[in-house]
Design a protein around this ligand. Sequence first.
Ligand SMILES: [Zn+2]
Length: 672
Amino acid sequence: MPNPLLATTDLPDYAAIRPEHAEPAVRAQLAANRQRLAELLARPEPSFATLVEPFEEMQHRLNTVFAPVSHLNAVVNSEALRAAYNACLPLLAEYQTEVGQNAALAAAFAAIRAREGARLSAAQRQVLDHALREFRLAGVQLPAGPKARFKALMQELSRLHSRFEEQVLDAAQAWSRAVEDEALLAGLPAHVLERAARTARERGRPGWWFTLDQPTYLAVMTHADAAALRREFYEAWSTRASEQGPQAGRFDNGPVITEILRLRHEAATILGFGNFAELSLATKMAATVGEVIGFLEELAAHYVPAARRELAELESFAGRPLAAWDVPYYAEKLRQQRHAVSEQALRPWFPLPRVLAGLFEIAGRLYGITIRERPGVALWHADARYYDLRARDGTPLGGFYGDFYAREHKRGGAWMGEVTVRKRLATGAALPVANLVCNFAPPATGQPALLTHAEVVTLFHEFGHTLHHLLTRIDYPSVAGINGVPWDAVELPSQLMEHWAWRPEVLPLVSAHVTSGEPLPAELLGRLLDTRTFHAGLAAARQLEYALFDFRLHARAAPADAAALAAVIGAVRAQVGVVRPPPFNRFAHSFTHVFSGAYAAGYYSYKWAEVLAADAFAAFAEAGVFDAATAERFLGELLSQGGSRDLMEAFVAFRGRRPEVRPLLVQDGIAA
Ligand SMILES: [Zn+2]
């Protein structure tokens, strides 16, 4: 039987794919790509048509072969699948490095750019420019000595990033708290206590056993009445992997941080940048270090005074000055008193079928599309679904799989993933296909699944990514949909979509009581909408503190040693700190986004995209949230353009000016 991963059907045959198909399919495709690349490079006078297009095709093919493997590993994980998936990863990484370091390919692309640039379309030029940028950032043009050093730095950094993350995990796992006195646990939700009691039983211990995972930590900080217990958890959490706290020095990331900073700085300077922040910005929408710092400081000027007011108000509510481990606890008490609306009580008004129907209706009104479920498509689980997307005249545009419920062997969280990227090449065309995955509580028997409003917002968010992928009009996969979109702008379409879930004229479309069919009562709707701005200042001030810390740390002329690291933290806190952390706090030592993830000198991206989304939505709000002309302009100038166009230019074309922070301030109740 032929390998189903190598079949060229429109949709993967999920009924036929087995773990043992993965590695042979990936190996076969890699071999085909390598052979094809060698043939292409052997031809004289390569052109866009004879080299770049076939190169796009072979990369597209490889992604299409591996996408179902990576998806199945995430949604129906098994030991066999995980082994098959993990066996493919080094093969793919090796191939990617090989392509990135291919000097002949880089030279051919540069020659095509010089020879044909003036004749090519904007999207074609962007394909070349992005590829040339990747080659440059992989060090392909460097002389032999620096090139070898750069390669060694990349390998060492990858090792240090994993080491950083491992020490954070190990530190969390090494700490636990046994409780026998029930009085100490007053205030904690029943499901948290239940889990802790079960853990204690499994360990043959009386009472409750708490581990240091994020849900437990947040539950204790938010709900535990005993301040001493909150302080204990706070200290354990905020000193993870450091030289402070209950495990001082056991998993200390301090030396790892300074080593990472030193190597990042050296790698950036080898490539000709002044520091690592400049290297990070080479692929982002924000242009300069000054622009990012100025952006964060502008937000801080508005949010920090608001956060200070919120803290002062909270302290007068509590009747005393609050320590860092008191703030979330009293904030929750104040929120309950002020808004009297619980997420759980709203569930009956948000049955999933109603939410989906409303969401598709919104997409239809905005972008003139219809979305219909297609039965009979091969799926990986009985709960999954497939939906076709069509233009109003019936033209097929693509489709997406929905997999909405939490279950065993499925990765947590929510995400949009690519199945197929749109292409229109001489070698053939393909329509885009996406996966939209959530982890909502599965339905009870005889009832549809009931969502909290926060889950409705999550669904809108992932649907925004899905539309970005599906509504693209770009023919070249490397810059179609979300591909080639800068990291600090990729959350624009998803965060934009969230705004509709917060509008009084939209919520009736996605809500109706599960038994009576009654609309969400106006009074309840009003209280729900009011919760949006609660403590927006405090939340933003904390994000700005992280973002400024990350960016300033990487924008220095020399890498920071331990003393400089402490100085940067001190300076940032003096500038934007609101809640005063105790001296033992070592948040940097467990900041995996920055020291082992993709957000190094990029943590500002969260706020950057939030500002873009709020400003883009303001254009809709000004014209009416379903205004077709505004939607058509957004679709034409930005959403359909993928990474084929400079994002700032696209935004200005849509909005008529550069982005402004004011709409986000208004949304957060900071400005009138
Ligand atoms: Zn997102």
